[in-house]
Design a protein around this ligand. Structure first.
Ligand SMILES: Cc1cc2nc3c(=O)[nH]c(=O)nc-3n(C[C@H](O)[C@H](O)[C@H](O)COP(=O)(O)OP(=O)(O)OC[C@H]3O[C@@H](n4cnc5c(N)ncnc54)[C@H](O)[C@@H]3O)c2cc1C
Length: 494
């Protein structure tokens, strides 16, 4: 669905109002807005970034980073080591720029969350049914025809080692049949946002919600700054905050809501390497669909975007040794090892600054796990036929044999590595009354402020160990249905 109507800035009316304001239009906000509008509510979605339709920019390109990523992709969680993270900042949020790799949250994960976070109402069967719907809505499917050469590397290497590997389905349509290179990502601007507007929701882009305004312990509207620096106040009866795991807690804090908000950031840290093969294999505008899951959920291996600039970046940590190889970029691709860590981080809104301070601490165990992961990923590459492997940490040497892998693991130090993450969650976690970290109730409602709810990645109790978008969407749909069934949005005193 690409013939989308939406309302871009300037605003339809200087100072407007709505029954429900949804802040953010990503994987949490878009389905929330669609369901609320379809239930007949007057919904206004306020999105900080621009509307960029699928196909307008080349996927994984610098142009895309410029237009659709927050801070052009340069954002960092301070720590030892600091961790670079990326977020979407556009209509559709992360769903527009991500790899589209679809994982259902494992039933064992949902059961653990139910037990550890006192979430008695979290029903794995209900979540499964919602996931069935999501798969249809997003056209989740395997690649038609053969996966790309960089993807085949992961399959081949894992198979040679006897390690479990999967082709991960994606939210894609393939208008040209078997031509997998011409897939169209079924992001929120293609699916739930058009559904929302068709049901009457208004979407404004280029508008940042600065704070939720409160009166007598209740939200009565939001203050907004638009791209042209105009200030607006929008009166509303309910606010649903879906600004993502960094900006949801920051907005709540700026609005005076601080209890268990921002103190439990969870991520999937990754370390990278580039691998060179005898034949040309680089695919600049797509990512591999295979993942190696032998050691999941602790460790997972997959492939990253690999246009020449990103290949150069992955060689940059040991440029003195690796830099000369950049001429071979067409024979290279970039891969990652991701861990499910024990560490946690913090998000703190700073007075006078638009962006919050983000910090993150990897535990010793996490740091060691990153080193083990990178070594095992090197093995996968060698088994797949790589002639040279370039691990991304300062002081690394070229790896071209199994004995080099042992040396690589000995040399590795997380504090000298480029650690990154694209999966951020758990900053305002769901929890029952007995959960010590509870940022919201079991359905995303902020305790003590009846008409503010959260409905995005912030709610995940901890890092899921799989790509998170499906989990984010399923919880958002579950919560919205619950609030509609209990008439929360019909009541001004909810
Ligand atoms: C590069 C990358 C690759 C990824 N790959 C995958 C993958 O393959 N599979 C997978 O399952 N997951 C993947 N993810 C993660 C997935 O995209 C996220 O988990 C998901 O998008 C989170 O949804 P969300 O609604 O919490 O936040 P987002 O989707 O980030 O949406 C939040 C939105 O809120 C807006 N916003 C923020 N603050 C404000 C404000 N104050 N006012 C107004 N608007 C605001 C932002 O601009 C943004 O559009 C990837 C993420 C990235 C960045």
């Amino acid at each position: 669905m690409s013939d989308v109507t939406h309302t871009a800035t300037p605003w339809p009316a200087a100072n407007s109002s709505a029954e429900v304001v949804v802040v953010g239009s990503g994987a949490g906000g878009a389905p929330t807005a669609a369901l609320l509008a379809e239930a007949g509510l007057d919904v206004l979605v306020i999105e900080e970034g621009p509307w960029v339709a699928q196909g307008e920019v080349v996927p994984f390109s610098l142009d895309q980073m410029h237009r659709q990523y927050r801070s052009r992709g340069v954002t960092v969680a301070l720590g030892k080591p600091s961790i670079a993270y990326t977020e979407g900042r556009c209509a559709g949020g992360g769903s527009e720029i991500n790899s589209g790799l679809y994982w259902r949250p494992p039933a064992s994960l949902l059961s653990r969350w139910r037990d550890e976070y006192d979430l008695a109402t979290l029903d794995p069967d209900e979540v499964e049914r919602i996931l069935d719907e999501i798969e249809v809505a997003l056209s989740v499917q395997l690649v038609p025809g053969a996966p790309t050469a960089p993807s085949e590397v992961l399959r081949r290497g894992a198979a040679a080692l006897g390690w479990r590997h999967d082709e991960v389905p994606r939210w894609m349509t393939y208008p040209d049949g078997d031509d997998a290179s011409r897939g169209r990502r079924q992001s929120m601007t293609e699916t739930y946002l058009p559904r929302a507007t068709q049901a009457g929701a208004r979407i404004v882009t280029g508008a940042r919600v600065d704070r939720i305004t409160m009166r007598a312990g209740h939200a009565n509207g939001v203050d907004v700054t638009t791209d042209d620096d105009a200030r607006r106040h929008i009166a509303c009866r309910h606010v649903v905050v879906c600004a993502g795991a960094i900006h949801t807690p920051a907005l709540l804090q700026r609005s005076g809501i601080r209890r268990n908000v921002g103190a439990s950031l969870a991520i999937h840290p990754t370390v990278k390497l580039a691998a060179r093969f005898p034949e040309t294999m680089n695919v600049p505008d797509d990512v591999p669909v295979h993942q190696v899951k032998e050691f999941a959920p602790l460790l997972s291996f997959g492939g990253s975007a690999s246009h020449p600039g990103l290949v150069a970046l992955s060689l940059a940590d040991a440029w003195d040794r690796f830099g000369s190889r950049i001429v071979d970029w067409e024979r290279m691709s970039v891969y990652y090892a991701a861990i499910t860590p024990q560490g946690r981080g913090r998000v703190r809104a700073l007075p006078g600054f638009a962006d919050p301070l983000v910090t993150y601490r990897l535990t010793r165990r996490d740091q060691a796990l990153l080193g083990r992961g990178l070594a095992r990923l090197s093995l996968v590459m060698l088994e797949a036929g790589a002639d040279e492997v370039y691990p991304s940490f300062r002081g690394a040497s070229v790896v071209s044999s199994r004995s080099d892998v042992a040396e690589q693991q000995r040399q590795f130090s997380a504090t000298r590595a480029t650690v990154m993450s694209v999966h951020l969650c758990s900053t305002v976690p769901l929890g029952g009354t007995r959960s010590a970290q509870r940022g919201t109730d079991e359905w995303g409602a902020v305790p003590g402020v009846g008409n503010v709810t959260v409905n995005d990645a912030s709610l995940l109790p901890d890092a899921p160990g799989v790509n998170p978008q499906a989990t984010v969407m399923a919880l958002a749909i579950r919560n919205t249905r619950h609030h509609l069934a209990t008439d929360r949005f019909a009541r001004s005193d909810a």
